[in-house]
Design a binder for this molecule. Structure first.
Ligand SMILES: Cc1cc2nc3c(=O)[nH]c(=O)nc-3n(C[C@H](O)[C@H](O)[C@H](O)COP(=O)(O)OP(=O)(O)OC[C@H]3O[C@@H](n4cnc5c(N)ncnc54)[C@H](O)[C@@H]3O)c2cc1C
Length: 408
């Protein structure tokens, strides 16, 4: 069959699906992209609202370590389309990138919309056809794809399919995780979706919550098991949220799942030693309250002093040695991870064991998977998008291979 007669359905118009569409359409194979939403890449656009961190500039060896126990599966894909290739690709769309102070890489302008516009134009030029408001809802008995559309139900039987349906967070942007059941019914192994890069619930007292909701906690060290990192986070109505919490969130979430709770330790004065604190706190307090003594001598005030009040007993709060100890080692009990819908990303998904080396489902020949719907997780820092692009690229190559079309 002439390759021009082959047709490929890409379901999900996020970064992973669009990358697969680009790779496949570049070889003159007909590509139809289906998305349930009225426009594509809504989460990608949302990611650009707070500064699109597209990848990270650290050495490759450190970069691949961010994928933890899934490194062995992600690394080969990044070896082909990794952080450097991704930056080149962005430049090819006419958008420059820059490295921020933390080594994170952003497009100039920080936004996703100019990049998406240029990208959609390129896909248009490659004759990719978009079918919006088409919600994939599983397979018909003849294995065709079932879609709910404004014109009613449709069945489509392409030569190959790329599923790039995203995870289960921020469902209002399109990725609702409904596909999990359909793929399980088809015999694929899919791990339950779990929140990743998420916040946690803390049983704040009404006083603390009222006074400190929204307050940033800056320059603290969070420890949990072998995890130890300096950073910041914010107090929310329900608990804690933000970069430092996200970085530890996979470990904290798994601990809660196993034991029912987790206690993270905070060092509220990472640049000061215990001895320094004791010496300063031992200075004469006069008639000052402990709160103003803390502020004057060790510069602990506001929400940090509030945290001490919240979790240190009255007795320990007024005793030098225990108080210094708790400033360096304050236990914060976490009750549960915030719901998946609020998380930045999802863990769980289609297991690599149920895919071949081209990301094709072993139980559904011709059906490939890519992006966040695969069973991996990574911290924020550009690692999420990079692996989505890389797996979209890999699935695109897999499809070409399956169709017998020469790869790029
Ligand atoms: C607020 C926020 C900020 C973020 N910032 C960053 C960042 O700066 N850097 C970074 O690396 N990552 C960031 N991320 C994560 C990143 O955006 C995602 O990991 C990435 O978008 C996932 O890409 P994807 O293509 O796998 O899935 P998605 O982008 O979720 O796309 C999946 C597509 O599939 C469609 N779809 C789903 N189900 C169906 C169905 N049944 N039928 C038809 N279509 C369907 C959806 O409508 C959607 O368009 C952020 C996430 C959030 C929520």
């Amino acid at each position: 069959m002439n390759i021009m007669n082959r047709s490929v359905a890409v379901i999900g118009g996020g970064p992973a699906g669009l990358m697969a569409a680009e790779v496949i359409s570049a070889r003159a194979v007909k590509v139809d992209v289906y998305d349930s939403m009225p426009s594509v890449a809504r989460k990608f656009l949302m990611a650009g609202k707070s500064g699109l961190n597209i990848t990270h500039s650290e050495p490759f060896e450190r970069f691949v370590a961010r994928y933890g126990k899934r490194r062995a599966h992600i690394e080969p894909m990044l070896g082909i389309f990794g952080p450097d290739e991704l930056r080149e690709w962005v430049h090819g769309l006419g958008i420059e990138t820059f490295v921020g102070t933390s080594g994170r890489v952003f497009p100039v302008g920080m936004k996703a919309s100019p990049l998406l516009r240029a990208w959609l134009q390129r896909l248009n030029d490659s004759n990719v056809i978009f079918h919006l408001r088409h919600k994939w809802s599983g397979f018909n008995t003849d294995k065709s794809l079932k879609f709910e559309t404004p014109e009613g139900e449709k069945g489509i039987k392409p030569d190959a399919v790329v599923l790039a349906l995203g995870g289960g967070s921020w469902a209002r942007l399109g990725s609702d995780g409904a596909w999990v059941d359909w793929l399980r019914q088809a015999g694929a192994q899919v791990e339950a979706l779990k929140p990743s890069n998420c916040g946690f619930d803390v049983a704040w007292s009404p006083y603390f919550r009222e006074r400190f909701e929204g307050a940033p906690i800056k320059s603290v060290v969070l420890s949990f098991g072998s995890f130890r990192q300096q950073g910041e986070f914010i107090v929310t109505k329900e608990g804690v949220e933000g970069g430092l919490i996200y970085a530890a969130s996979a470990l904290l979430r798994d601990e809660i799942a196993t034991t029912g709770s987790a206690v993270m330790m905070l060092d509220l004065a990472p640049d000061r030693s215990h001895e320094w604190l004791v010496e300063r706190l031992a200075r004469s307090r006069g008639s000052r309250s402990m709160a103003s003594h803390l502020e004057k001598n060790v510069n602990l005030k506001g929400v940090k002093a509030g945290l001490l009040r919240e979790f240190v007993s009255k007795e320990d709060f007024s005793n030098l040695q225990p108080l210094a100890h708790f400033i360096k080692n304050l236990p914060i009990p976490l009750i549960s991870a915030r719901p998946l819908d609020e998380a930045i990303s999802s863990a769980g998904g289609v297991t690599f064991e149920s895919l071949d080396e081209n990301l094709m489902l072993r139980v559904l020949p011709g059906v490939f998977c890519a992006g966040e719907m695969l069973d991996w997780e990574a911290p924020t820092g550009g690692y999420l998008l990079t692996a989505c692009f890389a797996s979209g690229y890999a699935a695109g190559r897999g499809v070409l291979n399956w169709l017998g079309v020469q790869e790029l």
